[in-house]
Design a protein around this ligand. Structure first.
Ligand SMILES: Cc1cc2nc3c(=O)[nH]c(=O)nc-3n(C[C@H](O)[C@H](O)[C@H](O)COP(=O)(O)OP(=O)(O)OC[C@H]3O[C@@H](n4cnc5c(N)ncnc54)[C@H](O)[C@@H]3O)c2cc1C
Ligand code: FES
Length: 271
């Protein structure tokens, strides 16, 4: 993995932004410059119990001028429940950039991606934001669908809105914001109607979220004949390709999500 660093990163802020959801901003000048959309870091935090291994997190956003990276994290278990107790000024360690990248910017350069649809479920909205930024910078019409359990959990909505200049298509399971129910119905609708900008059919679909969401959207993409990529957020131990804890079954055999992914051609994943 060329360019891999283990960067000591000072915590600049660590704020709760929704139910069990937090954004940690870290000063990491090397990673802020080098990390690409879709890649992730393997994080070690100070004071965590010794038996806790590093944990993988996507970079939600970066600020090259301020030399910072943002991590959007959800409390699910031992480490992520400990992380909100971390204070500004404490130092985490980030190994990265790890993994491959969303292919859309390169496909745009080859004219294979002209209209993109990005679908984020829950914290799956995080690894898509830098992709949305780079597609916008290239001038690629890009729509975003976000799904969450409830209104307070669609925390990425405003950030996407200020980037896109219009609101992303939103759905909440409990109907407190946007379409009521799963965001899959919005994806079906978008694929049928085409890009909100000019009605043209999408030719690139990127999805990150719970595996059932990715499987369903991958099916829609296949049906519609749209090239679809998924970010497979498997549990990871080593993060460097050595332990095989993160294996994804594909039509080409078993692949390690940490080094062969996390981005996979959805048509190749055996769901
Ligand atoms: C490439 C990649 C990028 C990721 N990006 C983000 C991100 O931006 N924000 C974020 O909040 N999380 C992200 N995750 C998931 C994050 O790594 C896990 O939530 C974290 O490792 C949980 O650690 P823990 O010690 O709190 O939980 P643990 O105590 O280890 O586990 C608690 C529970 O969560 C489940 N779990 C743990 N990891 C995962 C996983 N990867 N998928 C499904 N279930 C899991 C366990 O099975 C268990 O039930 C990412 C994972 C990968 C592989
Ligand atoms: S996490 Fe060890 S091989 Fe992927």
């Amino acid at each position: 993995m060329p360019g891999l660093v283990n960067e000591k990163a000072r915590i600049v802020s660590n704020d709760q932004v929704g139910p069990r959801l937090h954004v940690m901003v870290l000063e990491a000048p090397v990673l802020a410059k080098s990390i690409m959309p879709g890649q992730f870091v393997h994080m070690k935090v100070p004071g965590a119990p010794d038996h806790i291994l590093r944990r993988p997190f996507s970079i939600y956003a970066r600020d090259v001028q301020a030399c910072t990276v943002d991590v959007l994290y959800q409390e699910v278990g031992t480490l992520t429940r400990f992380m909100p107790s971390l204070a500004c000024g404490q130092e985490a360690e980030l190994i990265g950039p790890i993994g491959n990248q969303w292919s859309a910017p390169a496909r745009f350069a080859d004219s294979a991606c002209t209209h993109a649809l990005l679908v984020g479920g829950g914290v799956g909205a995080a690894p898509l934001f830098m992709l949305a930024e780079s597609l916008r910078a290239l001038g690629c019409p890009t729509d975003v669908v976000l799904g969450a359990q409830t209104k307070d959990a669609i925390i990425a909505r405003e950030r996407y809105e200020s980037l896109l200049g219009f609101e992303p298509f939103c759905a909440t399971d409990d109907g407190t914001y946007g379409r009521a129910g799963f965001c899959t119905s919005l994806v079906e609708e978008r694929l049928a109607q085409g890009c909100a900008y000019d009605g043209a059919p999408y030719d690139y679909l990127a999805v990150c979220g719970p595996e059932p969401l990715m499987r369903i959207v991958a099916g829609y993409g296949a049906q519609a004949g749209v090239y679809t990529e998924v970010s497979m957020e498997k549990r990871m131990a080593c993060g460097i390709g050595a332990c095989l804890s993160c294996v994804v079954d594909t039509v080409d055999g078993k692949r390690r999500s940490c080094v062969d992914g996390p981005i996979f051609d959805a048509a190749k994943v055996v769901w």
